[in-house]
Design a protein around this ligand. Structure first.
Ligand SMILES: [Zn+2]
Ligand SMILES: [Zn+2]
Length: 270
């Protein structure tokens, strides 16, 4: 098993959860799955939830924290959330009081061998963030649930060799789809979710600035198709060598994405 990898356990509006492992440091990003599902996914890596070094949360929406109550009940793993996210979570569930380590959005902190840097994301949540995880020369970026990519986030994601980036919806499918008007406006708005074309434009910027691997994430079930998201970003990367793209499926990835290894296989689904 590779020492450095990212493995998506769930991605999309029904649940989000990803595992980052580097130099023996294991960080879970969001826990939008049941503890049972998390336990089963980690077993493939001979790991148990209690052995994780940290859980870092992007924001309080249910698809990112569905399994948090049980996770806190069954493990002693430190859980990090931005100040606003921690407050929103505790307001809803008083039992979380004292169990979350709050940080200021934009702050960095250390988990084992990894430096975790947060950045604000434009989203309809209290204090949502994305993350950069850095270990030596390896830089890994995570950005989902954002209406657009702000300059400040672009500056941090630039140069990350692996980036998990939201490719939420196809604008035409969204407009023609089943969502009520207000929800369509919210999803497409500046505090909603990143569309396939916006993802593709930013992907090209990343590829021009050193990104070697892209994982498209948080695809809408109703307003997107994996093949469509993949094609849009691949088209934008045409003519650029050396950047692979794959889609994080709704359920567990078939195999992890190896970090910091040229030409490593990347699952292409859809
Ligand atoms: Zn959200
Ligand atoms: Zn979400």
């Amino acid at each position: 098993m590779a020492e450095h990898f990212y493995y998506s356990i769930a991605s999309g509006s029904s649940g989000n959860c990803g595992l980052y492992v580097s130099d023996g440091t294991a960080v879970l990003i969001d826990v939008g799955v049941s503890l049972r599902k998390l336990t089963a996914a980690l077993a493939a890596f001979d790991m148990k939830p209690g052995e994780l070094d940290a859980l870092i949360i992007t924001h309080e929406h249910i698809d990112h924290v569905k399994g948090l109550a049980m996770f806190l009940k069954k493990t002693e793993v430190p859980v990090f959330a931005s100040r606003g996210t921690a407050a929103a979570l505790t307001a809803k569930e008083p039992a979380f009081e004292g169990r979350l380590t709050a940080f200021e959005s934009g702050d960095a902190f250390r988990v084992g061998e990894t430096t975790v840097r947060s950045f604000a994301t434009p989203h309809d949540a209290a204090d949502s963030v994305g993350y950069i995880l850095e270990n030596g020369r390896r830089r890994f970026g995570f950005a989902t649930d954002l209406g657009f990519v702000p300059q400040s986030a672009a500056a941090l994601l630039r140069g990350c060799e692996t980036v998990v980036l939201e490719s939420n919806h196809d604008p035409h499918m969204l407009q023609a789809g089943p969502y009520p008007y207000a929800l369509k406006q919210r999803v497409a708005g500046p505090n909603g979710h990143l569309s396939n074309p916006d993802c593709a434009v930013f992907a090209a910027f990343l590829a021009d600035n050193g990104t070697r691997k892209l994982v498209l994430a948080h695809l809408s079930e109703k307003n997107n198709m994996p093949a469509l998201a993949l094609q849009q970003t691949k088209n934008a990367l045409r003519g650029r060598e050396g950047c692979t793209v794959c889609v994080a499926p709704r359920d567990c990835m078939e195999s992890p994405v190896v970090l910091g290894e040229e030409g490593a296989a990347c699952l292409v689904s859809g």
